[in-house]
Design a protein around this ligand. Structure first.
Ligand code: G4P
Length: 193
């Protein structure tokens, strides 16, 4: 069991409706030592892949992605949600539908930060329905970049995201793959080895 899996078992809270709360260490209060260990685990998973850049999506992906970018020693770019006046006109945009929130939002990246031919690793905190990563893939396709993989902290295998991404040919690696969560707090991880 890796550091993130252990931490989920000790400090994660299961909410009704298949939601895992990780606010105390990952996406509100942040344990930076854990993030550094996660970055090492992501590095081990993708060390044989040539990576030029890390791409994530605001907000919760950014903290994790900072450590991953530092570990791979490459720049980090984060896609912005909504319309931003200060991003400039030459932007790449994708619409993302959030099943959890029931609404769509736009994600935007300035074209100058994604150059054609760059090999990009996408990082995010949760993989649930997969729409966020597919939106980032659309942006990378438009930029002429290659999406070399998706490094996900927590994948909820009981939601459709994983299959959607694999069907799209994306190499998905998650540190904690949750097979099931019950309302009484029981969490079952997929055995990865
Ligand atoms: P997707 O991210 O795979 O496309 O799925 P979905 O649209 O359903 O997810 C919507 C938001 O809810 C995402 O964050 C996602 O990270 C988050 N989320 C999904 N499942 C869980 C869960 O079990 N626990 C927690 N804590 N979050 C979950 P977001 O709206 O983009 O928010 P943020 O990154 O700005 O915080």
């Amino acid at each position: 069991m890796n550091s993130l899996q252990r931490r989920i078992l000790t400090d994660g809270d299961v909410l009704p409706g298949g939601i895992l709360k990780v606010d105390s260490f990952l996406n509100h209060q942040v344990d930076v030592r854990l993030l550094r260990q996660m970055a090492d685990d992501f590095y081990a998973a993708f060390q044989n892949t040539k990576i030029d850049k890390i791409l994530t999506i605001e907000a919760s992906g950014i903290a994790i992605a900072c450590y991953v970018a530092e570990r791979f020693d490459v720049p980090l770019v984060f896609a912005k949600k909504g319309r931003h006046k200060n991003v400039g006109n030459d932007v790449l945009t994708a619409e993302v539908f959030s099943f959890t929130k029931g609404t769509s939002y736009n994600v935007t990246v300035s074209r100058k930060y994604l150059q054609p031919g760059e090999r990009v690793l996408v990082v995010d905190d949760f993989l649930a329905n997969g729409q966020a990563v597919l939106g980032l893939k659309k942006i990378l396709d438009e930029a002429g970049c290659e999406l070399v993989g998706a490094a996900i902290a927590i994948e909820k295998a009981f939601q459709p995201g994983e299959k959607l991404l694999r069907d799209a040919g994306i190499d998905v690696k998650a540190l904690a793959v949750i097979e099931s969560m019950s309302d009484d707090g029981q969490i079952v991880f997929r055995d990865e080895d």
